[in-house]
Design a protein around this ligand. Structure first.
Ligand code: CP
Length: 309
C-alpha cells in the first residue's frame, strides 16, 4: 500500500495518548490492526522524519523496548534511549521532571513502562508529547494486546467469535487485563484459568481451575508468566504442583483442538507455566507475536502522529 493511502486510513484517529485497551472502541482496535498489516509493505518511506521517541522504561524489557525502537526507526524517526540505573532517577529526580527534561529537547512520543499502575495516565496530564503505555504494574499493556490480536488475525483469519483461554497468573498480569478488555470488545469468548489465588473474581469472564476440561474447546491458549517477582509467598503450593495442574505440558498440547494456537507474551518460564515442547511446538506462535510487535507499534506511532503535538 502506498504511504498516502496508509496515512489516509490514519486520519480518523482521535486519541492523543494510548493508555489502555479500555479507552479504545472496537473500531479503533480494528483500525490499528488494519494499519499494522499495511505497515508490512512500507519500504524506504519516512513519515516520522524529524519526530523523536523517548523510550522511558523504568522497568526491564527485552521485546517491547526493542520493538518500539525498531518501529520508530523504520518510519524514519529518532529514538532516545533510557537506562534508569544510569539516570538521575538514582539521585531522586522525579518521573515528571525526568520526562519533561527529555521532552524539552524535542519529543513527540513518550513510551513509558513503570511498575506503578496508572503511571502513564499520571504522566499524560503533565507532558506535551503523546504518551504510550508500555506496561504499568498489573494494570494494562495495550500494545501487547494489539500484537496478540494481530497474530490471531494472521494465524486464525479472524479476531471475533474465538474461544480464548488466558491461563495462569491473571492476578499480576497486565497482559491478561488488556487482552480481556480487547477480546470482549471484539466479541470473543474468554475463559480465565488458574488457581483461585491467582484469578481475581471481579473480571468479566468465565473462570475455571480445571485446565484439562477447558483446553480442548479453545481456539487460542494464552499462557501467562508466573510473575514470581511480584508475588507474596504461598499463592501456590510448589512449582511441581503448579505444573501438574496449570502447566502446558506435552500431554496437554496433544489435547488441543485441531488448528488451536499456543501464545505466550514472554518472557517464558520454561518448565513452569509452559514446557519446552509446548514453547517450541509447531502450534506455538510466540515468535510471530514478537515479530508482529514491530508492525503494531509502527501502526500506533503513525496513528498517534496524526494527533500528536
Ligand atoms: N511481553 C513483554 O512485555 O515482554 P518484555 O517485558 O520483554 O518487553
Amino acid at each position: 500500500m502506498a504511504l498516502d493511502a496508509l496515512l489516509s486510513r490514519c486520519r480518523a484517529w482521535k486519541h492523543r495518548h494510548l493508555l489502555g485497551m479500555k479507552d479504545l472502541s472496537k473500531e479503533d482496535i480494528l483500525r490499528v490492526l488494519s494499519v499494522a498489516e499495511a505497515c508490512d509493505s512500507l519500504r524506504d518511506e519516512h513519515p516520522l522524519k524529524g519526530r523523536r521517541l523517548f523510550n522511558f522504561f523504568v522497568e526491564p524489557s527485552t521485546r517491547t523496548k526493542t520493538s518500539f525502537a525498531l518501529a520508530a526507526r523504520r518510519l524514519g524517526g529518532e529514538v532516545i534511549d533510557f537506562s534508569p540505573s544510569a539516570s538521575s532517577l538514582t539521585k531522586g529526580e522525579s518521573l515528571k521532571d525526568t520526562a519533561r527534561t527529555i521532552e524539552s529537547m524535542g519529543v513527540t512520543f513518550t513510551v513509558i513502562r513503570h511498575g506503578a499502575s496508572g503511571a502513564p495516565h499520571f504522566l499524560s496530564r503533565l507532558v506535551e508529547s503523546s504518551v504510550i503505555n508500555a506496561g504499568d504494574g498489573a494494570n494494562e499493556h495495550p500494545t501487547q494486546a494489539l500484537l496478540d490480536l494481530l497474530t490471531m488475525k494472521m494465524r486464525l483469519g479472524r479476531v471475533t467469535g474465538l474461544k480464548v483461554a488466558l491461563v495462569g497468573d491473571i492476578a499480576h498480569s497486565r497482559v491478561a487485563r488488556s487482552n480481556l478488555w480487547a477480546l470482549k470488545k471484539l466479541g470473543n469468548d474468554v475463559t480465565l484459568v488458574g488457581p483461585p489465588t491467582l484469578v481475581p473474581r471481579d473480571l468479566d469472564a468465565a473462570i475455571t481451575s480445571d485446565l484439562d476440561r477447558a483446553l480442548p474447546r479453545q481456539d487460542v491458549v494464552m499462557m501467562l508468566r508466573l510473575q514470581l517477582e511480584r508475588m507474596q509467598s504461598g499463592l501456590f503450593p510448589s512449582a511441581a504442583e503448579y505444573v501438574r495442574f496449570f502447566g502446558l505440558t506435552r500431554e496437554r498440547v496433544a489435547a488441543l483442538k485441531k488448528g488451536a494456537i499456543i501464545m505466550h507474551p514472554g518472557p517464558m518460564n520454561r518448565g513452569l507455566e509452559i514446557s519446552a515442547e509446548a514453547a517450541d511446538h509447531p502450534r506455538s506462535v510466540v515468535l510471530h507475536q514478537v515479530a508482529n510487535g514491530v508492525l503494531v507499534r509502527m501502526a500506533v506511532l503513525l496513528l498517534l502522529s496524526q494527533v500528536a503535538r
